[in-house]
Design a protein around this ligand. Structure first.
Ligand code: BTN
Length: 273
């Protein structure tokens, strides 16, 4: 049976995250999704802009009104990253989800030519080592409690020209899998996966139940990474996330550092992943 969800669609808008914030303030229910064909002021992480031309990509923002403590909100970005990777995989293989059994089945029946979406910690999705999706989570807090959380997702769907700065590290679903995937179908697969994963997140209020799935998709797993910490850069081997979504990085001497996403980013030793 199809799940019912409220989706508000715009041909053109400044930013789905901004619009989602306004809708949330005006009483939109938790679970409402704002989608646009084009954004005139798409927002990326760290104050960057997110190029959002019409007709070729998927831009959407999910409104959540959770009742848990503020410090748990950053984990929602990882839940969405997992759902995006899963939704993409289902869309590319044509195998739709419906539970954990299907998640296993997808991986086993995937054609050798279909690239597997991987997560670059904490929340970029990569295909063949290039970024295909970014996620920006924003939160409104009043008197120490969460009013709403907006999880904004931008996915490069069809083939396109990237700026000189991005050409070596960005890609699209079509460029990597050779298919024109339906944007509305992709959104539906992602939201179906998100709802399943969010239920698992809510059980314990952390990523304990999702950690294994996330680590299976982690492009950095068991690889050497460079941690760009404003307090000092260091390298180590990424051994996966912990229940809070921090990346565990094993240093040369054998000790492990748990890296919190906030101000820190991670790179591969030779480049982006
Ligand atoms: C990143 O910098 O990697 C995050 C990019 C997030 C872009 C999406 S597109 C839909 C939503 N609306 C926005 O303005 N930003 C997010």
């Amino acid at each position: 049976m199809k799940k019912e969800r409220t989706i508000l669609y715009y041909d053109r808008i400044d930013s789905t995250n901004v619009q989602a914030g306004k809708e949330a303030q005006s009483g939109a229910e938790s679970g409402t999704v704002i989608v646009a064909d084009m954004q005139t002021a798409g927002r990326g992480r760290r104050g960057r802009t997110w190029a959002s031309p019409a007709g070729i990509n998927l831009y959407f923002s999910l409104i959540l009104k959770p009742e848990f403590a503020i410090d748990k909100a950053s984990m929602l970005t990882l839940v969405m990253a997992l759902a995006v990777a899963e939704g993409m995989e289902r869309s590319m293989t044509g195998i739709s989800g419906g539970g954990q059994a299907d998640i296993q089945e997808n991986t086993e029946t995937m054609s050798v030519d279909t690239p597997v979406p991987r997560i670059k910690w904490p929340n970029d999705i990569v295909l063949n080592g290039k970024k295909v999706c970014g996620i920006l989570t924003e939160m409104s807090v009043k008197q120490g409690t969460i009013e709403h959380v907006i999880i904004g997702v931008g996915i490069n769907v069809y083939k396109q020209e990237f700026s000189t700065e991005l050409v070596d590290k960005a890609t699209s679903l079509e460029a990597e899998c050779g298919q024109k995937i339906s944007r509305s179908g992709l959104l539906e697969e992602i939201m179906d996966a998100f709802e399943d994963y969010y239920a698992l997140f809510e059980k314990k209020g952390d990523l304990a139940e999702l950690r294994e799935f996330y680590n299976q998709k982690l492009v950095n797993l068991d690889s050497e990474v460079r941690v760009l910490d404003p307090k000092g850069e260091f390298t180590g081997i990424a051994t996966g996330i912990n229940d809070k979504g921090e990346l565990c990085v094993e240093l040369e001497g054998g000790s492990t550092v748990e890296v919190y996403a906030g101000e820190v980013s991670v790179r591969g030793i030779c480049g982006y992943v």
